[in-house]
Design a protein around this ligand. Structure first.
Ligand SMILES: [Zn+2]
Length: 249
């Protein structure tokens, strides 16, 4: 399995990165985890969207704009392209994803999206080509999920946006890679919203994952502090996600 970080900026795009979007590839199949602000542009450095089989599915951890807004742009790319976009693209996400994407687009009727996408509720196990998907509820102000993707004998877990949860520990157990958000620094942060580097380190340690990748870091925080906080709680390899980064599992 190959992970390519398309965008990893926390909460809003940065000068160096779009907001959240991760391309997962295995055996000729491709899925996206989230499609936040600006990610559709950067994604085209890695895949040709005009090819009907470019993507098997898009999985949305939740429907805050920095995780889903470019699905509306993907609709435009597919619907108005001079060549047909082929089969409907699977969009797995929260129960209200279809309505929220339509609202972002400005559609009066969400059914317009059904010309390009087939929406599925993410809240359970799914199979997408060679990928086995498992999703557990996250602790965030809107319906949100943490997601485990397994294929070819390896696995990665994407936290999405979440406060620390036991379910993230459980779904991450023994994963090769933990792609965890680290929006906060220090202690005493608001509950059920985001994790700090320390939270990410504690959960990676409890779940005994092999590698921790810190993502969704917010521009006003110091990366060195986030990294140091995580390292205080986790002994394994820690990477800072960056746009364009490729990790083979
Ligand atoms: Zn969010």
């Amino acid at each position: 399995m190959r992970l390519t970080v398309i965008g990893c900026a926390g909460s809003f795009p940065s000068a160096d990165s779009p907001a959240s979007c991760y391309l997962i590839e295995h055996d000729g199949h491709r899925i996206l985890l989230d499609l936040g602000n600006g990610a559709l542009g950067a994604l085209q450095r890695h895949i040709d969207l005009t090819w009907p089989g470019a993507l098997d599915a898009v999985i949305l951890s939740h429907c805050h704009v920095d995780h889903c807004v470019d699905v509306a742009s993907l609709y435009v790319q597919r619907h108005y392209a001079p060549t047909p976009s082929g089969a409907l693209l699977r969009i797995l996400g929260p129960s209200d994803a279809r309505g929220r994407i339509a609202a972002i687009y400005g559609m009066n009727d969400p059914a317009m999206l059904d010309a390009e996408f087939s929406f599925e509720h993410l809240g359970s196990a799914h199979s997408i080509g060679p990928f086995a998907i498992d999703a557990v509820p996250a602790a965030h102000p809107v319906e949100s999920y943490s997601i485990r993707v397994s294929a070819g004998g390896s696995s990665l877990v994407y936290s999405g946006d979440t406060g620390p949860t036991q379910s993230l520990v459980d779904v991450s157990a023994g994963a090769d890679l933990a792609l965890y958000e680290a929006s906060f620094v220090g202690e005493g942060n608001p509950p059920d919203l985001h994790m700090s580097g320390a939270d990410a380190g504690r959960i990676a340690s409890a779940a005994q994952v092999r590698t921790l990748v810190l993502t969704h870091r917010v521009g006003w925080n110091d990366d060195a502090i986030v990294l140091r906080e995580a390292a205080a709680h986790y002994d394994g390899a820690i990477l800072l996600a960056s746009a364009g980064q490729v990790i083979d599992l």
